[in-house]
Design a protein around this ligand. Structure first.
Ligand SMILES: Cc1cc2nc3c(=O)[nH]c(=O)nc-3n(C[C@H](O)[C@H](O)[C@H](O)COP(=O)(O)OP(=O)(O)OC[C@H]3O[C@@H](n4cnc5c(N)ncnc54)[C@H](O)[C@@H]3O)c2cc1C
Length: 472
């Protein structure tokens, strides 16, 4: 039996303490569902009430509606990254098209990107079918070049799509066109991806949980998994009882899996931080432009992602607190070191006209990053235990693809031959303290590189080394 190591804590964390606008505005009762209080047996037992766990249950029931399924969630559904993210339904895989092609060949790269695009549409379709009012808006994705030196990156991205026969999925915008689309400073050009969209992730994660309950799935909140067992009697041993599984035990805890001994080196928790403005007035929106409301970002090493919410706010997400030794996931440290000031400055740098704008929400969360940025989906049919994890910052859609693949492995569907993420485990991260030193170095170097570029200075001497170490 595998014990789960130190955990992020069993005390309930209130949605107010998390600070996520998505949870605050999801229109669902966030009072924890009743916890598991006795031993139970189901066909499939799932750890984690985020997108991975919920989508896995969804696709299991699509394959076999008679399955009995229980989900065990330590806090509430949507407590993790699923209730805190940027709201992008991204058509991009965590690995960019050029790197995907290099690593897996054109055929597989194309298949993976088409699967990602198709899942964007499917999520929208499922929301409509299930009456989940998650504000799904298929507006596409716009990546800005905000310095002349970023133009080659735009072109390279476009060329990588074109080489895969996907030129009609994207469009290069010159400086004039890009400035017309978004009235931010320093805009030199843009790449538009036609597929993709924005969503209210809080409404999606909570709506999905309700849809599953309507189909008979049992969801236990405020119930922590303490141990897992595989083999003859697969089970999740929880704070409220043992959940035995006739068919499978599935682990869908993403970054939180790092507290399990078996996963300590399979992925790291990487923090990301978000600030959200109050709804902007029509005048402010005229100054901002961005009438299309696309998923918006620019080429930076420290990452940025912007979303226009359905009620007219700007969400600005960027780098979070530095990596903590041994993958520590303290919620307190997450908030205390969250770089909110940095994000406010970035927003005003994009749109100086927003000086004085009110920010109503700020929060941070942990995403799971595998060493090679490729997710992992696996089910050991002898030991009857499986997992899906490792979506870096693209899990809104990639988790659904991985969940469908995991459900397929459990129910015996033929595995997709173009799915390199079907593998037992991800390559290991370095041992500590090497891992801590390396990640902190790359985080720091990426920040220095972005600051140099913004200031129009030459990149730091170690930029190639940091890029080599920090990109998949
Ligand atoms: C700030 C931020 C912004 C992001 N922006 C985007 C974006 O715009 N687009 C995008 O595609 N992706 C984005 N991501 C990534 C995306 O949100 C995640 O990849 C995705 O939500 C992962 O879903 P999950 O269900 O695998 O994990 P989670 O949502 O983290 O869920 C895991 C669940 O497991 C539970 N759990 C863990 N351990 C236990 C245990 N022992 N017992 C019981 N329960 C347990 C946790 O409480 C948690 O609820 C972002 C992530 C963050 C943090």
């Amino acid at each position: 039996m595998a014990p789960i190591g130190e955990t992020a804590g069993t005390d309930p964390v209130s949605p107010d303490a998390i600070g996520s606008y998505w949870l605050a505005s999801c229109d669902d009762d966030l009072t924890p569902r009743p916890a598991l209080t006795s031993d139970e047996t189901v066909d499939v037992a799932i750890l984690g009430g985020g997108f991975s766990g919920l989508w896995t249950a969804w696709f299991l029931l699509q394959a076999d509606p008679a399955l009995s399924i229980a989900i065990v969630e330590r806090q509430i559904c949507g407590f993790g990254a699923s209730g805190r993210n940027g709201g992008w339904c991204s058509p991009r895989f965590p690995i960019n098209p050029a790197a995907l092609t290099r690593r897996f060949g054109a055929r597989t790269a194309r298949a993976m990107l088409f699967a990602q695009q198709a899942m964007v549409d499917e999520v929208g379709r499922i929301c409509a079918q299930e009456g989940i009012d998650a504000h799904f808006n298929p507006v596409g994705v716009l990546t800005l070049a905000r310095s002349a030196s970023q133009i080659p990156s735009l072109r390279q991205s476009y060329d990588a799509y074109a080489r895969l026969g996907m030129a009609d999925a994207c469009e290069l915008l010159d400086a004039g066109q890009a400035r017309e689309a978004v009235h931010a400073t320093e805009v030199q050009g843009a790449l538009r991806l036609r597929v993709g969209g924005t969503i209210h992730p809080g409404r999606l994660v909570r709506g999905l949980a309700r849809a599953l309950e309507r189909r008979g799935v049992r969801i236990y909140e405020g119930t922590e998994v303490l141990q897992t067992s595989a083999g003859m009697q697969p089970a999740l041993v929880t704070t409220g009882g043992t959940l035995c599984a006739r068919r499978a035990v599935l682990l869908a805890g993403e970054a939180f899996l790092t507290s399990l001994p078996d996963y300590r080196r399979q992925l790291i928790p990487m923090a990301s931080t978000i600030m959200l403005t109050a709804p902007l007035t029509a005048d402010r929106w005229d100054q901002v432009g961005w009438a299309g409301g696309e998923c918006l970002s620019s080429y930076v090493h420290t990452t940025n992602y912007l979303t226009r919410t359905a009620d007219g706010r700007i969400l600005f997400g960027s780098r979070g607190a530095p990596y903590r030794y041994a993958s520590d996931m303290s919620e307190t440290a997450l908030r205390e070191n969250a770089n909110f000031g940095w994000i406010r400055d970035r927003l005003l740098e994009w749109w100086p006209s927003l000086e004085g704008v009110e920010f109503t929400h700020q929060w941070a969360g942990y995403l799971g990053v595998p060493r090679d940025w490729l997710p992992t989906v696996h089910f050991d049919s002898n030991r009857r235990i499986g997992h899906a994890y490792g979506y870096t910052g693209h899990g809104v859609i990639t988790s659904a693809i991985s969940a469908r693949a995991l459900a397929g492995l459990v129910t015996g569907a033929a595995p997709d031959p173009h799915a390199p993420y079907l593998r037992r485990q991800a390559p290991s991260w370095e041992v500590e303290p090497l891992r801590w030193a390396g990640i902190r170095y790359v985080q720091n170097a990426f920040l220095r590189m972005d600051l140099a570029e913004t200031a129009g200075k030459t990149p730091p001497l170690d930029a190639p080394l940091a890029t080599f170490l920090g990109e998949p």
